[in-house]
Ligand binder design. Structure first.
Ligand code: ZN
Length: 219
């Protein structure tokens, strides 16, 4: 895959930062694409920006606040309490309908204008928590659609697709990025960097994965 450029969908969280290091290993030049869409932890945009600066990577930021105006969900509506477990029917209320479809579609448009065909997103089917747009079938389907839409040969890479959170920590470690991913990313729904608040659904998933990874490596 060397001698190529890639565009990474980058939010400054654990998953997309791990993907960023994966991209830097596998591609010659990497650019980052970040959206501001009224997410509860607006601080994540600043975390993403400073990480991109630190790694000396181009940082493309676009406003997508229209997304929050189209549907009600706990990720963009701070008055709504977040589900901590998957409800018996329907989707977890932090699901932002259409988010990954829109992110990837806009990423393809930007990538094309930058002369890039490889797009990287940190979705995982293993930990998809009821988010249908994190599944492999959806990503493959959209890849075909984007190629048809723009008559291009985009490749959407999903390095985390079949990894659980512990394996994602393992990957960060293998890429020599464990410390930076652990201390400088923001995954917490309450906007606390690094190990986070510890009790929101996102922290629980992240910290449980970290604990499992550390236990396995210590053995
Ligand atoms: Zn948290």
């Amino acid at each position: 895959m060397k001698d190529k450029n890639a565009l990474v969908l980058f939010s400054g969280g654990q998953d997309s930062t791990t993907c960023l290091f994966w991209a830097m290993k596998n591609f010659d030049q990497v650019e980052t694409f970040c959206f501001s869409y009224g997410q509860r932890h607006a601080a994540e945009v600043e975390v993403a920006r400073s990480l991109a600066e630190k790694l000396k990577l181009p940082f493309h930021l676009r406003d997508l606040s229209v997304l929050a105006s189209l549907s009600d969900n706990a990720l963009t509506n701070s008055a709504m309490a977040m589900d901590s477990v998957l409800p018996p029917s329907g989707h977890i209320n932090t699901f932002v309908p259409g988010r990954n479809m829109i992110f990837l579609s806009l990423a393809a448009v930007l990538a094309r204008s930058l002369g890039i065909l490889d797009i990287i997103i940190g979705v995982s089917q293993t930990d998809f928590s009821g988010y249908p747009d994190c599944r492999d079938t959806f990503i493959r389907s959209l890849n075909v659609t984007l190629n048809l839409a723009m008559e291009e040969q985009f490749i959407i890479h999903t390095p985390l697709m079949w990894l659980n959170k512990a394996q994602t920590w393992q990957l960060a470690n293998d890429l020599g990025a464990l410390d930076i991913v652990r201390n400088e990313t923001l995954t917490c729904y309450n906007g606390i960097k690094g190990d986070g608040c510890g009790h929101c659904p996102s922290c629980k998933l992240r910290n449980e994965g970290l604990r499992q990874f550390l236990n396995e490596t210590m053995r």
